[in-house]
Design a protein around this ligand. Structure first.
Ligand code: A2P
Length: 344
């Protein structure tokens, strides 16, 4: 089989480093690989599969001869380089929000809607981290028909990059010493605090992050506007791992009620999911359980008291893996396996 030339754009960032590690873990077969950054980190050495590589400054010509670019360098960088990549016959699997809602760009969670990769035109988008873990949970339940989905997220700071991780650490240390701290990444102090704002506010009173979850869910699961979806996204002082409380109202098949037992057994057999759900024994997933591992953990599966035919559940996942890097590399693997990489 022909092997692609791969580039990792944003290789020195939090997600870029994770992507590099997972390319190795998933044994992605490539012909050549290169690591790209802004001028700031260009020249940095990194070791990959026993070889030393020098991180290169990104220019349009960096993409000459590159078939697949795994990108996590922010929206403006993706917007700048995606056309250059496509022009040169390559494809970009992009972590930013730049192209997610564009009609001719598939928004993909590997294992959920890989079929959508067949119609890419050089750009494939990776969903927002909160959407990603939710999709693996919702997809196997779609057969019951969704009427309403209400999600509340508890998101760690690593979703906002390296600077945000450093801010949580510095703010916590300052707070414990009783020193003053000036927050920069977040609008409010993040240490010992919970902030009900991620990204900017939209006209409808929801934040952009909340609207991403709503709109991306609809696009990935091919849901009609009849399905009502709402999200409240909250930043919590956790370094790694996003948690979500999810309430789902079902249409039900032939009027049958969906039971917690049914949901538990379906999810236990589903791709990318691990069910931990035995409250009698205090067994339920916490954010720490998900650190550095692949599954989306689901627990607290119960009949909803708010909806007539509804289920409430709790899910946690490593936002840097399934929420970003793992899905990017899984998409890369699917693209190679399906033979749909390069110019279409
Ligand atoms: P650099 O390390 O040189 O700043 P994070 O989100 O963790 O801050 O990481 C962002 C990643 O994107 C880093 O690897 C960063 O490189 C890279 N990056 C940022 N801006 C650009 C740019 N204009 N061109 C290429 N890479 C960029």
């Amino acid at each position: 089989m022909n092997k692609p030339n791969i580039a990792i754009l944003g290789a020195t960032g939090v997600v870029g480093r994770e992507i590099t590690q997972i390319v190795d873990e998933l044994k992605i077969e490539f012909n050549t690989i290169k690591f790209l950054s802004s001028p700031k980190s260009a020249g940095t050495k990194l070791e990959f599969q026993g070889k030393e590589y020098t991180v290169e400054e990104t220019t349009p010509d960096s993409f000459n001869g590159v078939d697949i670019v795994l990108a996590s360098a922010g929206s403006s960088t993706s917007q700048k380089y995606a056309p250059e990549i496509v022009k040169r016959g390559g494809m970009i699997i992009d972590n930013s929000s730049a192209f997610r809602m564009e009609k001719d760009v598939p928004l993909v969670i590997a294992g959920v809607n890989d079929e959508d990769l067949k119609w890419h035109k050089g750009i494939v988008a990776n969903p927002n981290c909160s959407t990603s873990q939710l999709m693996l949970v919702l997809k196997p339940l779609k057969k019951f028909g969704f009427k309403r989905i209400v999600v509340s997220t508890y998101q760690s700071v690593s979703g906002a990059g390296l600077a945000a991780i450093n801010e949580l650490r510095a703010d916590t240390e300052a707070n414990l010493k009783g020193e003053k701290f000036e927050n920069q990444c977040f609008k409010k102090p993040i240490s010992f605090n919970v902030i009900p704002q991620i990204d900017v506010f939209c006209e409808n009173g929801y934040t952009k992050e909340e609207m991403k979850v709503t709109n991306e869910t609809r696009k990935i699961l091919h849901l009609s506007d009849d399905v009502k979806i709402a999200c409240t996204a909250v930043r919590v002082p956790v370094f790694r791992g996003h948690s979500e409380a999810v309430d789902i109202e079902f249409l039900g098949v032939n009027g049958a009620k969906v039971t917690p037992e049914e949901v538990r057994s379906i999810l236990a057999e589903s791709f990318g999911i691990r069910v931990i759900d035995n409250p009698d024994n205090f067994e339920y997933p916490t954010t720490r359980d998900a650190e550095h591992v692949d599954p989306v953990f689901v627990g607290r599966i119960r009949k909803s008291l708010a909806f007539d035919n509804g289920i409430a559940l709790w899910c946690v996942a490593d936002n840097l893996r399934i929420g970003a890097a793992l899905n990017t590399v899984r998409i890369c693997k699917s693209v190679i396996d399906m033979g749909v990489w390069g110019q279409r």
